[in-house]
Design a protein around this ligand. Sequence first.
Ligand code: ATP
Length: 309
Amino acid sequence: QTQIAENVYAIGWVFTGIMEAVGASRKVFEYMEREPKIKNDGEFVPHFIYGKINFNNISFSYPTRPQTIVLDNVSFEVQLGRTVALVGPSGAGKSSIISLLEHFYEPSNGQILLDDNPINQIDHKLFHQKVSLVSQEPVLHDGTVRYNILYGCEEWATEEDMIEAAKLANIHDFIMESEKGYDTECGEKGVQMSGGQKQRIAIARALVRKPAVLILDEATSALDSESEHVIQEALANCVIGRSVIVIAHRLSTVEKADTIVVINKGKVIQTGDHKSLMQDIGGLYHSLVQRQLQTISEVDVAAAIERTD
Ligand code: ATP
């Protein structure tokens, strides 16, 4: 308990600034709607999920392209209540790591552990309740706001849980401004929401599950500054007390992460915090920072790696 309290405290101050715009949510429903490729879900129901994640020697190829190695012996740990930022050029394998963590695919080698238990042995529903994704550009379903927030956890989440999550996500007041409140229709047939409002619904959707692990897919494009500010606040509420793994595109995010895992061509090539990685002048992280973590060209990557070697 003390350890958790310490971590909660630590993450509270370490991450007050992380949300510099983690404009969350490209794939939230995309992920939710995808038929999981794995059918042999486990039945293990742990008493409590704390949220430590380990990738142990993970290699992976997509079933459609078995000859192409997308991840090659990837290992890293997300300690309880800490934040790990995944950084790397486009196509490096960051989203594939998240897909594996979401258990959409089985790795060809290695194991992914949640609190030291292989994720494929953990009860599927419980796992997806406790490991929650907020991605870049959420798509809202046709249906009410209530339906969109409670999607997948209607059976057990209460009205109070929903409202609490919406308040933390900074979207409750907006919802209550509509005549029908949580019964307002959204999606294509309903009220038009801005990108920022949709993101906050997606954040509420993640929070209602009270996840132990939060996966953030940081937006590459900026919202207007007012939306960004509101989302930053919402995400600050999200990360407190949980393990976080973020696909990071912003310098302000990685600077504050406990650990940065630099991925290139499916391999972990650097691990450390911002300060230590910046000392590796000429390393890929240093190059990425110089370019503010935006996508950099293959030529730049090759040059940076050559210098590192
Ligand atoms: P970005 O920052 O551009 O999103 P990324 O680091 O997230 O890139 P991934 O999307 O994980 O990289 O892609 C890693 C490799 O896997 C790429 O070569 C990509 O073409 C391939 N890939 C990604 N998704 C699939 C898929 N569904 N089927 C087959 N190959 C895929």
